[in-house]
Structures are given as C-alpha cells and as structure tokens.
Ligand binder design. Structure first.
Ligand code: PRP
Length: 180
C-alpha cells in the first residue's frame, strides 16, 4: 500500500476514526435540534467529509465548493481563485465548512469572508488537520481533529502532486520526494 515515497504513518485509520466520531458527536451536540449545511471543500476534504457527515445525525444538506491557492506548487500563492461555487444559497442556514488542513490559513480566511457575505444563520469551520506553525494570516478553526508539526502530509484525501489521496491513513512524505 505504501510506496517508497512514504516516510511514516503519522495518524492511523483507528486514530482518525476515533477522532472523527468525537468531532461528529461534538457538532451534533452543539447543533442539537438544528438543521445543518455541510460544505465540503474540494478536493482534499472529500474523504474526511464522507466520514464526518455519517457521524452527525442532524437533518442535513451537503454542498461542495472548490477554490485554489496553490497552483501546482507546494506553498500558497496567497491569492485564492474560485474554481466551483456552492450550488445552493446559504442564507439563514447553519453552515459548517469542512477542510482537510489549515496551513497558511489563506484558503479558509477567504472562504469564511466570502460565505459570511451570504448571511448564513451561523458559519463555522471543521478541519481534520491544523498546522498552526505555518500561518500567514490569523485563523482559528472551530473544530480541529489533530494539530500537527510542519511535515508534508499525504493520504486520507491529502495529495502530493494530485497523488496519494487514496492512502487510508495520514502519512508523512519523504523529504527527497518534494525537494526534487
Ligand atoms: C489545500 C487544503 C486547503 C488548503 C490549506 O488545498 O485542502 O484547502 O490547501 O492551505 P492554506 O491554509 O495554506 O490556504 P489545495 O489548494 O491544495 O487543493 P486540494 O484540496 O484540491 O488538494
């Protein structure tokens, strides 16, 4: 399953499953009796999103949004481009943006600012991973699965050059792979 590019497994499937259950429980308690609109940010968050929504029993709509700030590179360009907007209005809705990782914070700052202008009833962010040491703009997630060090992570939705998203665990990539 793991090729020679992988240095180690950082977060196992069992650890992810347990944390996703906890996050789902917390969200369903915080929004008890409320309807939710869960927004998946393409593409990295898809795997986490699919697991998370099944841990939340609330009445729910799902929607998808895609923005890009990385181009083909490994660090943010700082400029966010809309690739695919939501399909439905979010006015008056309880919206939770679901991400795979908060890195520089640029993507989520942009998304929160953008979606706030559409008058949701509430707007929060849930991210599986958080790399606080990499922030370029001040940003804090409302629900965070794991805080991690500044290592290049792949798997469970996260890619290197669009590959490895299908690895079932969060893994660390060998430095020589991305330093090339
Ligand atoms: C990744 C990730 C977040 C963003 C986080 O997306 O999914 O959206 O970068 O980085 P930031 O905090 O520095 O903005 P990417 O643009 O690589 O697209 P992907 O989800 O399709 O992999």
């Amino acid at each position: 399953m793991y090729g020679k590019e992988i240095k180690k497994v950082l977060i196992s499937k069992a650890q992810i499953d347990e944390r996703v259950r906890e996050l789902g429980k917390k969200i369903s308690e915080d929004y008890a009796g409320e309807k939710l609109t869960m927004v998946c940010t393409l593409r990295g968050a898809t795997v986490f999103f699919a697991d998370l929504i099944r841990q939340i029993p609330n009445e729910m709509e799902i929607d998808f949004i895609a923005v890009s700030s990385y181009g083909g590179g490994t660090s943010t360009s700082g400029e966010v481009k809309m690739v695919k907007d939501l399909s439905s209005p979010i006015e008056g809705k309880n919206v939770i943006i679901v991400e795979d990782i908060i890195d520089s914070g640029v993507t989520l700052s942009y998304l929160v600012k953008l979606l706030s202008t559409r008058a949701p009833k509430s707007l929060k962010v849930c991210s599986l991973l958080d790399k606080p040491s990499r922030r370029k703009v001040d940003f804090k997630g409302d629900y965070v699965g794991f805080e991690i060090e500044n290592e290049y992570v792949v798997g469970f939705g996260l890619d290197y050059d669009q590959k490895m998203r299908n690895l079932p665990e969060v893994c660390v990539l060998k430095e020589e792979v991305y330093a090339k």
